[in-house]
Design a protein around this ligand. Structure first.
Ligand code: M6R
Length: 622
């Protein structure tokens, strides 16, 4: 996970770095730091804090920052070592002259540690990134003294030995040499005391470089670059890049040889509306934003489902088996879509949790549909590297993302920035995109059939708005009754199961409650043993309702507190406005009621609903 930024050029660098970090905080927010080079002699100062960006800002000095021309920054989601100030990036070498920020994981950290230990380096933290700083130090020392056999013994740093006009080039060579020792993934930005500029490197972790009128800016993703960049280029695996304060950029390959830069990307960095606009938190703003978001995406597909026009416009074939892959909430949206593709469109499908992917026996081309709100989820991106058989479609909220850039076609869910960590409107709009795709792929269905379901689809925004109004106050009442319950069970049938799973995930994430989510028919096969007096059982109404009603009687007989969601069975406790006949994509509107329930329980328990503990918006490590 984590986000990195780098800025090189005209002052003021610090506000630019901080605003880049703010935009990247969705990637991790448990600790944060910056490494700053001060004029006139590029003196390096490192500042780190446990907690959020606001904690770092409070720890920065009150004066002297206006002299900063260049810097690197990092917002962290801990993978190695606790989220403390000491473990926050930038990490440094023995001499404290080198500062490194890193996104990714070093797989051979133990081996590198042993090697550095033997050469006398003092490793201060458990964080794999620190090793990179020592490796760079080692390579700088070696460049000065190729015959050096003895370990590091001096506190005299390598900076003075590489000072002068060639300093940045020497740092490039040292970074290129250092990464040769590593296995794993990295996007790196390196600053060094006395060296004017920054060095970047990348291997299997995205890193973009953009140019503004006065400076160079690098970031883990397009959002971090901010609105003023032009000419954005993505580093290739193995690239090492030097950024000089005069905005000169030099590209090198993994051997340190000069290479041509990659072509510029065509991407638009979307403006992020970070205002709460009267809402109590981003989660409630984003739940309430679903009718508008749904209307926006449906507007783009209306009239393009019959005859598969949507497919033609995306440049995709309509006859291939479909593989769907995603993680978390996006995987539940993929599950809804897969069911529709199989049962309604009659296509062969396979849903894969991206983190658990296994290569399937090759039986020809498939259409692979990757669902990812952020388009930066490492497990999803890793699937792209496993080999491709046929076209890839990204269903994403981020058309500038790594996933979108690497897929053959992009279906932009355009639900607007989702700043709360828990997925809400992105889930709803992913389901709508999946439903539209499946209707467009239903070539064996009659035109009349497709048009009838298209009309039901186009009425989703109204039903979402009606559900929002009805469910919010009732969810608050339920939360005040049930918030103290430590364990909850979520059930449904058929097309309702992924929505029950999504509701359970929301409660876990926001309220930190243990949840079990399963098809209602599975209760008797074991999980019903969990039901004791007072355990809340949340049942999402779905067909066949008679069988679900039987399961509810069984849990009620054992003392469960049944919370029905939707309509009909018998009269829902938590209302959701559903179409008269269940559509092939199931009871989508119920999810709004479930989102309110999870948020209200979290609020009742006093949690930060937008930034739940241990989570990050975008999971950028495998
Ligand atoms: O950005 P992505 O859709 O690829 O993210 C996938 C999951 O990490 C994400 O849906 C996660 O489960 C959310 N926190 C759910 O609310």
């Amino acid at each position: 996970m984590c986000g990195i930024v780098a800025y090189c050029g005209a002052p003021p660098a610090v506000p630019r770095l901080l605003s880049g970090l703010k935009r990247l905080e969705y990637r991790g927010y448990d600790s944060v730091g910056v490494g700053l080079l001060h004029r006139p002699d590029d003196r390096l100062c490192v500042h780190r804090a446990a907690g959020r960006l606001t904690d770092l800002v409070a720890a920065l000095p009150n004066s002297g920052l206006e002299a900063v021309t260049t810097g690197i920054g990092h917002t962290r989601w801990a993978t190695h070592g606790q989220p403390t100030a000491a473990n926050a990036h930038p990490h440094q070498d023995c001499t404290q002259m080198i500062a490194v920020v890193h996104n990714g994981t070093i797989d051979n950290a133990d081996e590198v540690t042993d090697w550095l230990d033997a050469r006398g380096h003092k490793i201060a933290t458990e964080v794999d990134t620190e090793l990179i700083a020592h490796l760079i130090e080692e390579h700088l020392l070696e460049a000065c003294d190729p015959l050096r056999a003895s370990p590091v013994t001096t506190t005299e740093g390598p900076a003075d030995r590489v000072a002068g006009p060639a300093a940045l080039e020497r740092l490039v060579a040292a970074v290129a040499g250092a990464v040769e020792h590593l296995r794993g993934s990295w996007a790196l930005a390196v600053a060094m005391d006395g060296v004017p500029g920054i060095v970047l490197a990348r291997h299997r972790s995205p890193l973009l470089l953009g140019v503004t009128r006065t400076a160079l800016m690098a970031a883990s993703d397009a959002l971090g670059l901010g609105p003023h960049v032009e000419d954005v280029r993505e580093l290739r695996d193995g690239d090492v890049v030097a950024l000089a304060p005069n905005r000169q950029v030099s590209w090198y390959d993994r051997g340190g040889r000069a290479v041509a830069p990659p072509d510029p990307l065509r991407l638009s960095v979307r403006h992020v509306d970070a205002e709460l606009g009267g809402a109590l938190d981003y989660t409630s703003k984003e739940i309430a934003g679903q009718p508008a978001a749904a209307a926006r995406i449906l507007d783009t597909v209306a009239g393009r489902l019959v005859g598969g026009r949507l497919l033609d416009d995306l440049g995709l074939p309509s006859t291939l088996p479909v593989h769907l892959l995603a993680c978390g909430s996006s995987a539940y949206a993929a599950a809804v879509t897969a069911r529709l593709l199989t049962q309604f469109a009659g296509l062969r499908t396979r849903v894969m949790t991206a983190s658990e992917r296994i290569a399937s026996p090759s039986d020809g081309d498939v259409l692979t549909v990757a669902f990812s709100q952020s388009g930066e989820t490492a497990d999803v991106l890793a699937c792209l590297q496993d080999g491709r058989r046929g076209p890839w479609l990204a269903i994403t909220n981020n058309p500038g993302s790594t996933l979108a850039r690497r897929c053959d076609a992009v279906f932009d869910i355009q639900c607007g920035p989702e700043l709360a960590v828990a997925a809400t409107k992105s889930f709803t709009t992913q389901v709508l995109a999946g439903a539209a795709l499946a209707l467009a792929l239903s070539t064996s269905r009659s035109r009349r059939d497709i048009l009838a379901w298209e009309r039901v689809l186009l009425a989703v925004p109204d039903r979402l708005a009606a559900t929002d109004a009805l469910a919010a106050p009732i969810a608050a009442e339920l939360a005040s009754t049930f918030a103290g319950q430590p364990g909850w069970i979520f059930i449904s049938r058929g097309a309702g199961v992924p929505y029950a799973q999504e509701g359970a995930l929301k409660l876990k994430e926001l309220a930190y409650r243990w949840t079990e989510a399963l098809p209602a028919g599975e209760l008797k096969h074991g999980p019903i043993a969990l039901v004791t007096s007072g355990v809340p059982v949340v049942a999402v109404t779905a067909m066949p309702t008679q069988r679900l009603a039987v399961n509810l009687r069984e849990v009620a007989a054992r003392g469960a507190q049944v919370i029905t969601v939707g309509g009909r069975i018998p009269d829902a406790v938590l209302p959701a406005v559903l179409p008269a006949r269940e559509p092939p994509w199931g009871p989508l509107e119920s999810v709004v009621a479930l989102q309110h329930l999870a948020r209200e329980v979290a609020v009742e328990l006093g949690h930060d609903v937008d930034r739940p503990r241990n989570l990050a918006k975008s999971v950028t490590v495998e």
